[in-house]
Design a protein around this ligand. Structure first.
Ligand code: AMP
Length: 117
C-alpha cells in the first residue's frame, strides 16, 4: 500500500485543488509554481503517482521515460529550448523535497547560477 497519498499534488491530480495547466498530456500535468524562483517556474507531475525520484529505479522504465519526455515537451511548449532552462528534481530531506509526490521543476527566463545552494 502506498503512503502519503493525500499530498497537495494528489489533490491537484484528483481535481480537488484546481490549477491552470500550462501543459498536459496523457502522462503529466504541468502548472505554475505558487512560489516562483524564476520568471518561468513550472512544476510537472506524473498522473500516475510516485512519491519521489528514488522510487523510479524500481518502476517500469517506460513510465520514467514518458515522464521525462513530457517534461522536455513541456519546456519546449513554454518556449525555453533556445534560451535554455534547468530541470530540478528534489529528492528527500537533504534534497529539499517538501511535497512527497514526484515532481520536476522547470526553471527558466533568466540566467541561472551554478552551483545551486
Ligand atoms: P519541492 O521542495 O521540490 O518539494 O517543491 C515543492 C514545490 O511545490 C514548491 O516550489 C512550492 O512552491 C510548490 N507548491 C506547493 N503547493 C503548490 C500549489 N498548490 N500550487 C503550486 N505550487 C505549489
Amino acid at each position: 500500500m502506498q503512503h502519503s497519498v493525500n499530498t497537495v499534488f494528489d489533490k491537484i491530480i484528483s481535481g480537488d485543488i484546481p490549477v491552470e495547466p500550462v501543459f498536459e498530456n496523457d502522462d503529466v500535468l504541468a502548472f505554475n509554481d505558487m512560489n516562483p524562483q524564476a520568471p518561468v517556474h513550472v512544476l510537472v507531475i506524473p498522473k500516475k503517482r510516485s512519491s519521489r525520484f528514488s522510487e523510479l529505479s524500481s518502476k517500469p522504465v517506460e513510465e520514467t521515460g514518458r515522464f521525462f519526455a513530457a517534461v522536455s515537451a513541456a519546456a519546449s511548449s513554454l518556449g525555453l529550448d533556445s534560451p535554455g532552462y534547468r530541470i530540478v528534481v528534489n529528492n528527500g530531506s537533504d534534497g529539499g523535497q517538501e511535497v512527497e509526490y514526484l515532481h520536476a521543476h522547470i526553471l527558466g527566463g533568466r540566467q541561472l547560477k551554478w552551483p545551486p545552494g
